[in-house]
Every structure is written in C-alpha cells, then in structure tokens.
Design a protein around this ligand. Structure first.
Ligand SMILES: O=C(O)CCC(=O)C1=CC=C[C@@H](O)[C@@H]1C(=O)O
Ligand SMILES: [Mg+2]
Length: 337
C-alpha cells in the first residue's frame, strides 16, 4: 500500500471531541481524528500526552485500516465484549453496568490514585454481587501497585474469583517477581500485560521473561491489525483485544483484529463506546446481549459537524498528523507504510 500523501490525508480528516459519560483515565472528553479512507473509515487517536514516535504507530494503524485494500475484513459475525467499570464509587455501579447490556465479563479499574484497597474491594465485590457467580471478572491496575502491594491486594481480591489481573505493576521485571510470589503464596490469579506490550520497545519481552499469562493487545498502539496479530502469534500467549477508548470507528477496527486472531478468544475490551456520551456513527457499537457486530460502521456526517473540535485543537491535531506522517514516510518499509 502506498501512503496517502499528507495533503490528501488531511483533506480526508475530521477532528472531533467526544464527551465521556464518566471520567476515565483522568479525562472527561476524548479527542480523535476520524479519517475517510479509500477502503473504510478509520481513526487516529493517540492520547494527548504521547510523543510523536509513539503516536506514529497509531497513524500506521489508521492508514492500514483506511487505505489498505489487501487487509482482510470480516463483515459477518459478532464479538463478545466485556463491561468496563471505571474507578467509580459503588453507588454508581448500577448505572455503569446498565450501559453494558448482557456482558458476561467485566473489567474493573483498581489502584486508582487517591483511593484505597478498601475502595477496590468494595467495587469488585459490588460487581460480583450484581453480575453473579458465572460472570468473569478482571481487574486493571494500570501498573499502580508495587510488587508487595499487588500481592497484598490480589490476596484479598482473589476471593472474588478473578479471570486475571491486568498490569498490576508497571515493569515486566516486576510482573515476573509478582507471578513467582503469587505461586509461592498460593494466590491463584493469572497476570495480564497491557502497558508492558503496548508501550514497550520490545513487545515480545513479556513472553520471553514469562511475565504474563495473557497479553492485552490494542490495535492502534500496536500499529494495525497485521502487526498486532503478529505480536500475538510471536508471543504464543492468549490475547485479549481491547480498545483505547476509541469512537465506534476505532472499535470497529479493534473488532477486525479480534476476527483475525485464532480461537478461543477472551471477551474483548471493545464495549467502551458505552462510556461515550456521543459518537460519530449512526448506530454506536455499544454491546447488545454482550456482543458487538462485525459489520462496517456508517458515519453520521451531522455528528462529525456537531462534535467538531475547536479550531485551536484542530490545528494541534493536524500538526501532529503531519509530524507522524513524516516519521512514517521516513521509515517506510516494504509495504510503503
Ligand atoms: O479493556 C477495556 O475494557 C477497555 C479499555 C481500557 O480499559 C483502556 C483503554 C484506554 C486506556 C487505558 O487506560 C485502558 C486500559 O488500561 O486498558
Ligand atoms: Mg489496561
């Protein structure tokens, strides 16, 4: 595939600000570039604090999805998704869970700065009580615990029967130590790596070190469907595909990554359109009966206008796209991107 040139890319790009229902990851709104590709609508939405070198991978993913005619795409079938529970008080659990119709798996944020282990325990207990004993529950600490804190927390949280704990500590070396400690203490909680995959220089290190039982893969940070699927294959570990809190366009991209992976599959963290108060498509990809469809999304042109970011943010994003495009052009490999 040839990279679209910069002027063409910018002419095809809409910059939008999507309000969130609940504060998540420290933000109340999500900014994204929505791109009308030649093959499909695609999304470029690296978090604002990411440097260009990291953000360029996200652009690679957007270009593959939007412009690469040789990318296999499935339009039939569905993807099972998990409910995503932000670090809310227990009084908000009913309203959060109500947004994830029929989800049989929930991922619960823990180790939030300013909160205590008792808050995490109450939240996990609250979700277990509401979803019942058959539901699969995962927690995600975003690297917020030391090894000692993780042992202490997982000893208590294990009581709620966890599918896994995602990125309990920040480094792969700590995850290795933690896994040994959990085995030694008889605490049966598998470990998943997220930031240790998507923010690592070498995403295969986790597998080499034996740092995780499961890997979490996000299609934008990993540079697209093909690259992410290759990482999964190379690690040989079971994978959970997850969103980066994308619009429904990015969610549809993630769903194609799920379809590209071998079975069995963990329920995907692709229910997060439910955390948005508005979206760019006619029918947002919110879970119904625990699933989202693989059908291509239909853009709502009026929503692109309604949600258009203020001009100062448009300029910021266009400058960012230009810099990332230059990085990709400079490093273009055999495939042209
Ligand atoms: O995996 C999910 O259930 C939803 C996606 C999700 O949790 C995340 C999306 C974007 C940024 C991250 O802080 C967060 C994660 O850590 O997995
Ligand atoms: Mg995570």
């Amino acid at each position: 595939m040839q990279l679209p040139d910069l002027d063409e890319l910018l002419a095809r790009t809409h910059i939008v600000t999507l309000p969130l229902v609940t504060r998540f990851r420290g933000v109340d709104a999500r900014e994204a570039a929505i791109i009308r590709g030649t093959q499909a609508w695609s999304e470029f939405s690296p978090f604002l604090e990411y440097e260009d070198a990291e953000a360029a991978n996200w652009l690679r993913a957007a270009l593959e999805f939007g412009f690469d005619a040789s990318l296999p795409r499935r339009s039939d079938g569905e993807v099972w998704v998990n409910a995503t529970v932000p670090a809310v008080e227990t009084s908000k659990l009913d309203s959060v869970l109500a947004r994830f119709d029929g989800c049989r798996t929930a991922k619960i944020k823990v180790a939030e700065r300013g909160q205590a282990l008792a808050d995490d325990v109450a939240r996990v207990r609250g979700v277990r009580e509401r979803l019942g004993s058959d539901a699969r529950l995962r927690v995600d600490a975003n690297g917020g615990w030391s090894v000692d804190e993780a042992v202490q927390a997982l000893r208590v949280l294990a009581r709620f029967d966890l599918e896994y704990a995602e990125q309990p500590c920040s480094t792969a070396a700590e995850l290795v130590q933690l896994r040994r400690r959990l085995v030694a203490e008889g605490i049966a909680v598998p470990i998943a790596a997220d930031e240790s995959i998507r923010k690592a220089e070498d995403p295969l290190e986790v597998a080499r070190l034996g740092a995780a039982d499961v890997i979490v893969v996000k299609m934008q940070p990993l540079g697209g469907v093909r690259r992410a699927a290759e990482i999964v294959r190379a690690t040989g570990l079971p994978a959970t595909v997850s969103s980066a809190l994308d619009s429904s366009v990015g969610i549809a991209m993630g769903a194609q990554l799920v379809a590209a992976l071998p079975e069995p599959r963990h329920d995907a963290g692709l229910g997060t359109a439910s955390l948005l108060a508005d979206d760019v498509v006619a029918e947002p990809l919110r879970p119904r009966a625990g699933r989202i469809p693989l059908t291509p999304v239909a853009i709502d042109e009026a929503a692109l206008e309604r949600l258009a970011s203020p001009s100062v943010r448009q300029d910021w994003w266009r400058a960012r796209i230009s810099r990332c495009h230059a990085l990709l052009t400079a490093s273009a490999g055999r495939n042209g991107y």
